[in-house]
Design a protein around this ligand. Structure first.
Ligand code: NAD
Ligand code: MN
Length: 357
């Protein structure tokens, strides 16, 4: 029997609540299918560790994670630690250290959940956003000169490389090709950003020739927000820069009903290193400890993780169980339900156990 070594990093806020839920569902699947086992190691990295030791994770943190098949991540961020410290101290070192250059964010309206868009139902919005996850606006270059003085200057440098853009474009075209509609939308801002973004457009056209059966079009990111709201059916697979896709995917999550149902995989397509799976949402201080965090995003990202590990049947079973539970109305308050995190989790585990497929 295969055993997968999973590193769980629940971290902050509702992170531990949703990761606990996700691990229960994964356990139920492993027991039900019997085809694999999970060997889970929990890491106490996050803001509490930062407040005690001055670092969110140990210096050899990524070295420790190398031994795992995948990383299951909650959320990082605390009210009394600056957000740039938590982001750059934990999540980004893992994404960048393991060159997880493809951030894959599926979005659809699950049964029983309503979109804030009038008349848009399950099936009308079914997207995968591919976020370039290694460079662009998150490349870490820039600085502040004359700090605090009237002449202070702050710069944030977006770096795009031909290698980086080509590999994400190939990933996105291949993903679009594998989906029924075979349709990709390439998002840039090449009217205002004349260098890196114009290079994106050119590389998209070059890579497109390798995928003659994929239809594709181009959008400027501002117009893209309008299209997502006004014509959701006109989109399928979407590729955008690190920052643009970060923003678009929060919008996508909201249009699909709640940030609490939106998953993401930080993937190293070449499988040199472990990939990392997490809900899109953050640590949600406003609901931490109340037991009402929506675990669906974490279940969905657990399904992404299983699929990445080669357990497609278990991943499909998990998603069917989640969809059945959502359809039956057992949902948390963010999607107009009255159930707690644990009640949704119990219902999903029960659906996993009792499904007769
Ligand atoms: P957030 O995602 O934590 O919360 C935004 C809103 O969505 C809140 O009202 C919250 O209650 C709601 N929400 C989020 N997840 C939910 C869930 N599973 N169920 C029900 N409701 C949910 O974003 P924020 O408030 O901008 O950020 C809070 C902290 O999280 C900050 O420190 C931020 O830096 C951090 N953050 C971390 C990540 C990450 O770890 N990947 C991502 C985004 C934000
Ligand atoms: Mn984000």
């Amino acid at each position: 029997m295969k055993t997968y070594k999973i590193a769980a990093i629940p971290a902050d806020g509702i992170g531990p609540e949703v990761i606990a839920a996700g691990l229960q569902a994964l356990e139920a699947l492993a027991r039900r299918d019997g085809g694999f086992r999970l060997d889970v190691t929990k890491f106490d990295w996050g803001s509490a560790r930062y407040k005690k030791t001055g670092a969110l994770m140990p210096e050899d943190g990524t070295e420790q994670l190398k031994a795992f098949d995948a990383i299951f991540f909650g959320a990082v961020g605390a009210p009394d630690v600056p957000d740039h410290v938590t982001l750059w101290g934990l999540r980004l070192p893992i994404c960048q250290g393991f060159d997880q250059y493809a951030n894959v964010r599926p979005t659809k309206i699950l049964p029983g959940i309503s979109s804030p868009l009038a008349g848009v139902k399950t099936g009308d919005l079914d997207w995968v956003i591919v976020r370039e996850n290694s460079e662009g606006e998150y490349s870490g270059h820039g600085g502040r000169a004359h700090k605090g003085l009237p002449e202070e200057v702050g710069t944030e440098v977006s770096i795009f490389t031909r290698v980086g853009v080509t590999r994400i474009m190939r990933y996105a075209f291949a993903l679009a090709q594998a989906r029924p509609r075979k349709f990709l939308t390439v998002v840039t801002k090449s009217n205002a950003q004349r260098f890196g973004m114009v290079m994106w457009d050119e590389i998209a056209a070059e890579v497109a020739t390798e995928f003659p059966d994929v239809k594709w079009d181009k959008m400027l990111v501002d117009a893209m927000t309008v299209r997502m709201v006004r014509a959701p059916r006109s989109l399928d697979t979407i590729v955008a820069t690190n920052l643009h896709a970060d923003i678009l995917s929060d919008l996508a999550g909201a249009l699909a009903g709640s940030l609490g149902v939106a998953p993401t995989g930080n993937i190293d397509p070449e499988r040199r290193f472990p990939s990392m799976f997490e809900p899109i949402h953050g640590s949600a201080f406003d609901i931490t400890g109340k037991g009402i965090a929506n675990p669906v995003a974490t279940f969905w990202t657990a399904a992404q993780m299983l699929e990445h590990l080669g357990e497609k049947d278990a991943a499909d079973r998990l998603m069917r169980s989640v969809e059945n539970v959502c359809a039956s109305g057992i949902m948390t308050p963010d999607v107009n339900g009255t159930a707690t995190t644990q009640q949704v989790t119990d219902a999903v585990c029960e659906a996993i156990r009792s499904e007769n497929i």
